[in-house]
Structures are given as C-alpha cells and as structure tokens.
Design a protein around this ligand. Structure first.
Ligand SMILES: [Zn+2]
Length: 416
C-alpha cells in the first residue's frame, strides 16, 4: 500500500513552528470525521476476512444522515470582474425560505472583501449604538493586529463619527514596548494622542512589592501560571480605567474580536453566570465597547495584510520581546475558545445563532448583575461563587505573595 504523507507547518501565536504530519492510511475515526460524522455518534465493528479488515460504522441516532456533508450549496460571487481571483470565501449555514438548511458561500475578490469588512464594522457600531457624536474615547492600543485595525477603521474618514476624540493608550511593558516605535509613528501619522502608562503606575495601583514585569514572571513561575494571561489582561483594563477617569474620557474601546465574544457567550452557557453584556459592558462607572466583535480574527488579519502590508514587518522576532510572549492558557477559558473554533468549523454561521440567543437571554434577565469593588485595585468584578474581598487577579497576586500589604490583608481576613 502506498503511503501519502501530509505535512503542515503550524505556526504558533508566538511564531514557534510545530510540524504536523499525518501518513495515510487513516484511522476509522479520522475517515468519519473527515466526512463530517462525529465519531462519538457511531459504533464501529470490525471483521476480518480473506480480503483484509472491514469496518462498519453504525450511526446511533435518528437524525437523517443519508448524504453526509451534502447540505445544498448556494453560491454568490462578488467580484469587480470575472477575471478577479477569489480572495475570501464567507460560508454560512442557515435555513432557506422552505426551512431546509443551505450552505451559503459568498466568494469575494479583494475589493469586495475590504468593503465587506468596513461595512460589517460600521454596521455593528450603528446597530448597537457603540459610539455617539462627541464621544471622548480611550483606546487600549498595544500595537497588535486587533488594536491597530480597530484604530485604523475608527479613524477612516468615510465613516468616522462626528466630533469624536481618540486617545491611544499603551499600558506598560506588559503589552507593547516591543512595538513602541510603530505605535508612536502610527499615532503621529494619524494625529491621535498617544499615551504610555509606565510600570511604576501599575506598581502603585496594584500595591505591588516589585516591578510589574517581575510580578508577571513570578506569577508564571507559580502554581497560578495558567492565570497569568488573565492577570495581565485585568491589569491592562484597570490601568485604562484609571487613565479614562483622570482625563474624563467617556468610554474605553478594546479591540476584542468575534472569537472573544463567542468565548464569553460559551463560558456563560457553560457556567450559568451571565456576562454583563455582549458588545458593550458597564459597571456603572466604566463603559466598555467592543466594535470589532463583528469580525473574525482571520478577517482582521487578511484586511490588515491588504491595507497595511508594511504592518507585518513589525513581525515575529519582535514578539519575543513582549511580556506576553510566555502567556498561554490551557485552562478553562482556553479550552472554551478551542471549542468555539471546532463549532465554527462544524457549523459556519453558528456565531449568529449564539449571539442572538445570548442577546435574548440577557435582555430577559430578572436579577441584575451585581458588581463588587476589589479592595486592592478598586476595579469592579462580578462575584461568582467565591466569597472574597479581592478580584480574581488580586487574589492570585496575593496568593503568590506579590502584594505589598498582602500579609496584613490576609491577617485581617483571618480575624474577620
Ligand atoms: Zn483587584
């Protein structure tokens, strides 16, 4: 039997290359999976005769499964001319008028893809009323793909909202000094105020014993290392809130993409603890909006590669100097994000259903979400199951012994 090898270079988020390879023949489960049959839904039996091994897979459910993977397709081509190459295919599965499922495929050339991204972005802002005329906006700007694209789209004169003022804020060495020159250049070229929050301010706000960068290293070296990425994200948000308050800015905009929206929706379904909002969240004091949540990460990266080809040069080797280089998460939230990826693969377009359903549930919530104020960083958090005076981040920092007064606080709590 001839064996065909298939090799794929999978480049990790940090530029590390993993060599994935697979040699045929495939295992039964893989053959099923490649044909769209989940191997958890079948019972496989094997029989050996003179011709060799024979496998029979019996599907265990009543669902009609005669033509596996044969949902009828409707194709729409959006191209300036027939000669244009397809640059992007948007696939969505949904019911057509008769109620039967159809796989809609929209083929776009470059020009139509760019139009699609810009329209999708502008439509969400309008539909959810994310930005109003006269808004003074603080943008978390790390110089990464998301925040760069976000700022670029927001500043686009074709759909910029009247009298809006943007301040790009980069938080400490946690996120971005490796791109400092890019950030500076970008903001200058676009006439946006650029601010940098240094490590000393972080140390002060969080009552840290040590410099912020060292503190993250110590969290990484501790048993809480899987939480380091959330600690970093929380610190960045809290510092943006402090900045916002100090300049009297109206809201904070973060460049979270569609997958981040789906991950919080899934986390909500899996835990039962509602998220305080989908495209905007507020604790009564700080108003966050997430205008990129209509676009997938792949769409963002492709758009940026067309509109700012020079951007990719701020590339991989630089990444290693970032504080966030070592931050991976294989804990709960990381797993949920992976699950979202599988769902999108199996059912392109499921994001729309998840979004609508979550929106409906949240609008009908009877009990309002209660926010607690953290005794250490003064940030707000939703108290889930654990009784605590600290937000989850400050709890980790305290447990690792990184808070200046953690000993006293611990004592106080013991005697409370
Ligand atoms: Zn806190």
């Amino acid at each position: 039997m001839s064996v065909i090898g298939q090799q794929v270079e999978l480049i990790d988020k940090d530029g590390e290359i993993l060599h994935l390879s697979h040699k045929l023949p495939l295992a039964v489960g893989d053959v099923l999976r490649l044909n769209g049959v989940p191997s958890s839904s079948v019972l496989v039996t094997e029989k050996k005769d003179a011709d060799g091994m024979h496998f029979t897979a019996k599907f265990l459910f009543n669902t009609v499964f005669r033509n596996v993977g044969a949902i009828p397709t409707q194709r729409k081509v959006l191209k300036t001319s027939a000669a244009e190459k397809t640059f992007y295919e948007k696939i969505v599965i949904g019911p057509e008028v008769s109620g039967n499922l159809t796989r809609y495929i929209i083929e776009m050339d470059r020009a139509h893809f760019c139009e699609y991204v810009e329209k999708t972005f502008a439509d969400l802002i309008k539909r959810e009323n994310l930005i109003q005329a006269g808004d003074d906006i603080t943008i978390g700007f790390s110089g990464g793909v998301d925040s760069t694209l976000l700022l670029r789209l927001l500043l686009d004169p074709r759909h910029r909202i009247e009298n809006t003022n943007f301040r790009a804020v980069t938080v400490g060495t946690l996120a971005g000094t490796h791109k400092a020159s890019f950030i500076e250049q970008f903001c200058r070229a676009n006439s946006v105020e650029s601010h940098f929050i240094d490590d000393d301010s972080i140390q002060k706000t969080f009552n840290l014993r040590d410099k912020a960068a060292n503190v993250i290293d110590q969290v990484l070296a501790s048993e809480h290392n899987q939480k380091a990425i959330f600690v970093v994200q929380h610190i960045i948000r809290r510092m943006l809130e402090e900045f916002r308050e100090s300049v009297g800015s109206d809201k904070i905009i973060l460049g979270l993409e569609r997958e981040a929206l789906l991950t919080s929706i899934m986390a909500f379904y899996l835990s039962g603890y509602p998220t305080p909002g989908l495209f905007k969240k507020s604790d009564g004091k700080n108003h966050y909006v997430f205008p990129l949540m209509s676009l997938f990460k792949r769409e963002e990266s492709l758009y940026l590669s067309l509109k700012m080809p020079e951007y990719s040069e701020v590339g991989r080797p630089e990444h290693h100097r970032s504080r966030t280089f070592d931050l991976h998460s294989s804990e709960w939230r990381g797993t949920v994000m992976l699950l979202v990826g599988y769902l999108l693969d199996a059912f392109p377009g499921i994001d729309v259903y998840l979004e609508n359903a979550a929106g409906r549930i949240l609008r009908n919530l009877v009990t309002p979400i209660k926010f607690e104020i953290c005794k250490n960083c003064e940030g707000s958090y939703t108290n889930t199951s654990v009784e605590d005076e600290f937000c989850e981040t400050c709890r980790v920092l305290s447990d690792v012994g990184l808070l200046r007064n953690s000993a006293e606080v611990a004592k106080k709590m013991l005697h409370a």
